[in-house]
Design a protein around this ligand. Sequence first.
Ligand SMILES: [Zn+2]
Length: 227
Amino acid sequence: MAARRPPISSELEAELFAANQRTCCICHEPRKHVQIHHIDGDRTNNEWENLAVLCLDCHSRVTGDEGLGRKYKPEEVTLYKERWEVACEGDDDDGEDEETEGDEDDDDDDEEDEEALYSKAREFIIRASDHQAFPFRLSKGVRFVATVHSDEPVDITVASERVYDRWDDGEEVDPDVSEEDHLEATVEFIPPRTGTFVLWIENNDKKAKATVSLDVTIWPSEDGDDA
Ligand SMILES: [Zn+2]
């Protein structure tokens, strides 16, 4: 039955592994054995957007093979992949920032002119009664700033990944940041520890989809020089 399955070319495989630093895009644990996962479940679809680098543990959580734990939706895997590939791109510093602004290099010694660690704008649609989640790996003390514009009122929440998972399972949670019913809002969050945090945007309208633009900038920790 697997007869017509076109293989992923070795060039594509190498590019994917390089773009993900041969590291699982969900758990980011270094030196784990990884494999390529077809996000939409179609093993003949070898488009870049459909291929995620996952460790075996996360792979079985995604496919649900192990029968326990929460299963990841394809959209979530896509987000982890995109986010991780952007993070990896920032790491190897070859000057190809696609979405960051301000490429002018003023030779200022002015330290107040700090450079953002990460900056990305995106636009997407959230269906009625649905939400969109964006995981970020944040170091303790950085300043996470997210600006949201929407054509329907949305709720904006930031919390640790664990809190998000519990919320997603229907539990009442106490998130770090919670802004309800906004067409426009900027939220700031300074993580109390290093870890994975999730920003999620919820469209509570039962009928209307929301078109949302999200701008996220992460600034370096401020108490670095003062200590
Ligand atoms: Zn993993």
